[in-house]
Design a protein around this ligand. Structure first.
Ligand code: HEM
Length: 139
C-alpha cells in the first residue's frame, strides 16, 4: 500500500504544479499588448503543452492511485467523502482552465490579468483542504 500511496502523493504534487502554473501563464498572457503576436503564440504553445502533457496525465494518475487506495485498501469515513468533493472541485477547475485555454488559443479571451490573479488563488484553498482531510482526517 505504501508504494501506491507514494505514487498517489507524487502525482498530486505534479497535478498541483500544473494547477498553479497554468493560471499564472494566463495572467501574463492577458497582460500582453494586443499586437504582440509572437509572444501570444509562444504562450499558446506553453499553455497547451502544460495542460495536455502534465496537468491531465497527473490528474488521471493522482485520481487513479487515490481510487486504488480507497477501494483496494478499504478506506472509508467522512474525511474521504469531503475529500472527494474537493477532488470534484479540482476537476471542475481543470475543465474551466481547458475552456480558458481554448479562448486564448482562438484569441477570444475577455478576462483581465487581475481576474486571473484571483482565479489563480483557488487551487491553494483546495490543496489546503485536500491535504488536511487526508492527513488529519478531522471527521
Ligand atoms: C479521487 C481522488 C482521491 C482519492 C480517492 C484519494 C484517496 C486517498 C486515500 C484512500 C488515501 C490513504 C489515506 C491514509 O493512508 O490514511 C490518500 C492519501 C492521501 N491523499 Fe488522496 N485521494 C484523492 C485525491 C487527493 C488529492 C486531490 C489530494 C491533495 C489535495 C490528496 C492528498 C492525499 C495525501 C497528502 C495523502 C497521504 C495521507 C497520509 O498518509 O496520512 N489526495 N488519498
Amino acid at each position: 500500500m505504501l508504494w501506491v500511496k507514494s505514487l498517489h502523493i507524487v502525482f498530486v504534487v505534479t497535478w498541483f504544479a500544473a494547477l498553479f502554473y497554468l493560471p499564472r501563464l494566463f495572467v501574463y498572457h492577458a497582460m500582453l499588448e494586443p499586437g504582440d503576436r509572437a509572444a501570444s503564440e509562444r504562450f499558446k504553445v506553453m499553455e497547451r503543452k502544460l495542460y495536455r502533457g502534465i496537468m491531465t496525465p497527473s490528474a488521471v494518475l493522482a485520481i487513479g492511485f487515490g481510487t486504488w487506495l480507497w477501494l483496494g485498501y478499504g478506506f472509508a469515513g467522512g474525511w474521504l467523502h469531503a475529500k472527494l468533493a474537493v477532488v470534484a472541485a479540482l476537476v471542475a477547475y481543470q475543465l474551466w482552465c481547458g475552456r480558458l485555454l481554448a479562448a486564448f488559443a482562438h484569441d477570444r479571451n475577455t478576462k483581465s490579468h487581475a481576474w486571473f490573479r484571483w482565479f489563480n488563488e483557488a487551487p491553494v484553498l483546495l490543496l489546503l483542504a485536500g491535504v488536511i482531510l487526508a492527513v488529519v482526517k478531522p471527521f
